[in-house]
Design a protein around this ligand. Structure first.
Ligand SMILES: N[C@@H](CCSC[C@H]1O[C@@H](n2cnc3c(=O)[nH]cnc32)[C@H](O)[C@@H]1O)C(=O)O
Ligand SMILES: [Zn+2]
Length: 445
């Protein structure tokens, strides 16, 4: 075995326990071979036939640190890093129409690659190893995912409002084609989805056609759902049914599907999501910044819905740090439930790890023998993390992305001692800043 060993740290296990264990990774397989003396076959490592090397080919020092599953950012538009701080302090609809969509109309594939590099760099530096991305020029995003070494579920976002029939149909076809072409790329680290932007920005006929074809080809569906009341009311007025009932009727409520936001959901919609096994990606920072509302996270979890966390794009957050999302989700979840015991620390950590992996249908999210070797080591010796009464509490409430020391995905070290090995951080930053400045100049002309 070509072994990578993460030594001397405390490990967050899937059941929430924290143990002092070394983690042994099979680099060729990209999986965890052992946690402490627990191996894939259930044998103890000190048994003669437990096939673990006594020395590792590479080690990562986790002394004084907490080894956690790589975090999952289950909804973003990664290249929107170029629009970070470009338009703030507006509600969703005017923000998109007056600021974001006009700027996006000027984006070139080269810009999207530059923005995606910047976003993926930021994610690796904050311990995120997997993300879901809805955007365009997705071949460029896929290339970045491949080079950077992370995992992703990617899709081309479809908008048909304001387009003629031919353009709208072409957008749907492109999303389906991208989902078919990119699936399995980057040695299987890339999976795909059909991604209509939302149930109000894509017309009914296009939704019906696209969803049917996606189902036929076994492609999951990802869209923005029930984000604002402006998105719910027109569906109720025109159709006499709630958006999630409409999604179900379209055939878009499947066990592999995952919807972003789910802010304005009623009890019947929560039940439908739970029955269908469709996951919800909660984006608390975006929901607060655009004043979209408070998602019923505790109620969703009580109903058995898989809940993941997403940053949404950097223009509505304004960073891609999933640690911030954990803290925001816990805080906002309590306010929404009017109950300080709602959405506790362990729940948001689960949402950012196993919940995210399950929502996206990607490996990872759990540190256990046989699981994908996607993990991060968080330093616990900073002043703001002292003392350590409860490491899970720190993950949710006190730690930041900048506390991450190492990041590993698919058995490969992506960041060692805060140095990202797969991307040239200075070059990425310079390229993205230049692309963003040029973009804003073009939009202003
Ligand atoms: N092919 C489409 C692009 C859709 S990509 C997904 C879109 O979602 C937008 N977006 C970002 N954040 C949000 C959000 O919170 N709600 C809804 N849309 C968002 C983002 O700016 C991007 O335009 C077109 O022709 O316009
Ligand atoms: Zn979004």
């Amino acid at each position: 075995m070509n072994a990578l060993r993460v030594t001397g740290g405390r490990v967050l296990r899937p059941d929430g326990r924290v143990t002092e264990s070394d983690v042994t990774i099979d680099r060729d397989a990209g999986t965890i071979a052992a946690v402490g003396d627990e191996t894939v076959s259930g044998e103890r490592a000190d048994d003669a036939d437990a096939d673990l090397p006594s020395t590792a080919d590479e080690t990562l020092d986790a002394d004084g640190g907490l080894v956690i599953p790589g975090l999952v950012n289950a909804h973003t538009h990664v290249a929107m890093t170029l629009l970070r701080g470009y338009a703030d302090d507006k509600p969703l609809d005017p923000w998109l129409r007056e600021d974001i969509w006009p700027a996006e109309a000027e984006l070139t594939p080269n810009d999207i690659e530059a923005g995606a590099e910047l976003g993926v760099l930021e994610m690796i530096r904050s311990g995120t190893t997997a993300f879901a991305d809805m955007y365009f020029a997705m071949d460029r995003v896929a290339d970045v995912v491949d080079r950077a070494g992370v995992r992703a579920r990617l899709g081309h976002g479809v908008v048909t409002v304001g387009k003629d029939d031919a353009d709208a149909r072409a957008d749907v076809e492109e999303s389906l084609a991208v989902a078919k072409e990119l699936d399995g790329a980057a040695d299987g680290r890339i999976r795909t989805a059909f991604m209509p932007h939302s149930l109000t920005t894509v017309g009914e006929a296009f939704l019906r056609e696209g969803v049917a074809e996606a189902r036929e080809a076994d492609i999951p569906i990802h869209l923005h759902a029930n984000e604002t009341t402006d998105e719910v009311d027109p569906i109720v007025d025109e159709r006499g049914e709630r958006p999630i009932a409409y999604a179900e009727e379209l055939g878009a409520l499947g066990a592999d599907d995952f919807f972003a936001h789910g802010v304005h959901l009623d009890g019947s919609e929560i039940d439908r999501l739970a029955d269908a096994g469709t996951a919800v990606v909660h984006c608390p920072a975006s929901n607060m910044k655009l004043a979209s509302g408070m998602a019923p996270v505790q109620r969703l979890r009580d109903a058995g819905v898989t809940v993941a966390l997403g940053t949404d794009g950097a223009a509505s957050n304004n960073d891609l740090d999933v640690f911030d999302e954990m803290r925001d989700a816990a805080m906002l979840g309590k306010l929404a439930a009017d109950d300080a015991s709602a959405v506790p620390a362990a729940a948001v950590v689960e949402m950012a790890t196993a919940g995210g992996a399950d929502a996206l249908g990607l490996p990872g999210g759990r540190i256990e023998p046989g699981a994908a070797a996607d993990l991060a080591v968080v330093d616990l010796d900073a002043p703001h993390l002292t003392p350590v009464h409860d490491p899970v509490s720190h993950l949710a409430y006190a730690a930041r992305g900048s506390d991450v020391r190492h990041t590993v995905c698919d058995g490969e070290v992506l960041m060692r001692d805060r140095e990202v090995l797969t991307l040239d951080a200075d070059a990425v930053r310079e390229r993205a800043a230049a692309a963003a400045n040029d973009l804003v100049d073009r939009v202003g002309e």
